[in-house]
Design a protein around this ligand. Structure first.
Ligand code: F6R
Length: 251
């Protein structure tokens, strides 16, 4: 992977935004892979800025998000459906009907709907394939090396599927659920590592000291399910954009 060290999130966001804006100019029906979390926020803001300044037509742009909680109504403010619409679809002015989140077809159905949930993963992968695949996938990384909700131990060949959330991830995310871990869903649906690797260009963003270990393992460690992000080493076009703190453990 190519590693770019930047001064701050805004600079990283500009690199992503320039790349995606040029793609959309060339391919108006571009397919964007979207992530939630804090790491991509400056990149989405920068892209919205360029789209408005340069008057780029985004009416045909399509999007596929990485993951979603199981059992939250789509309208729940912490659902990734709502989050992607608030942070990407609205600021960029995308057509909401062209932007998909893996839980959409479950429409808030809970874990008791086992069969429906089992079918939703492969159906999501088929809809990505039917769209011609993802052109640029933006990614964040967890302190344990997770991408999407693929926690350590996830198969590097996995497709979209249901997963149990790691206890640490539920504790980390309790801040979005009235600081009560009991309110955090227990399961999620996430693109697999195999799904993510099919995107034509991966752009992973990581900022801050807390990510330094995971970034070093991803770039310089062995390819291993213990650090799911290390699968980026298998990808022919992966760009890793980090600040100095997140780069501090690289050799
Ligand atoms: C987001 C996602 C997660 C985050 C990761 C980093 O859809 O699936 O893998 O990218 O947890 O989160 P932040 O960016 O908030 O540090």
């Amino acid at each position: 992977a190519e590693v770019i060290i930047v001064n701050n999130q805004e600079e990283a966001g500009q690199i992503y935004a320039r790349c995606v804006a040029d793609l959309i100019k060339e391919k108006p029906e571009a397919v964007l892979g979207l992530a939630t979390g804090s790491s991509p926020l400056a990149a989405y803001e920068a892209l919205a800025g360029i789209v408005h300044d340069e008057n780029i037509d985004v009416s045909k742009v399509r999007g596929f998000a990485l993951d979603e909680y199981i059992g939250l109504p789509l309208t729940h403010p912490q659902s990734y459906h709502a989050t992607i619409h608030r942070t990407v679809v609205e600021p960029l002015g995308l057509n909401p009907e062209l932007v998909h989140v893996p839980g959409d077809m479950l429409n808030g159905a809970g874990i008791e709907n086992g069969e429906k949930i089992a079918l939703a993963g492969p159906a999501y992968d088929r809809s990505i394939a039917a769209a011609g695949g993802v052109d640029v996938q933006i990614l964040g990384i967890g302190t344990d090396g997770h991408v999407g909700f693929n926690e350590p131990g996830s198969s590097l060949a996995s497709g979209t599927r249901i997963k149990t959330l790691a206890e640490q991830t539920r504790i980390d995310n309790a801040r979005f659920f009235d600081d009560d871990v009991n309110n955090v869903p227990t399961h999620c649906i996430t693109q697999g590592i195999g799904t993510i690797l099919k995107a034509r260009h991966l752009v992973l963003l990581a900022f801050g000291k807390g990510k330094a270990e995971a970034v070093a393992e991803t770039v310089e460690g062995g390819v291993s399910a213990f650090c799911p992000a290390s699968a980026l080493q298998l990808h022919p076009h992966a760009t890793i954009i980090v600040d100095a703190a997140a780069a501090s453990r690289l050799r």
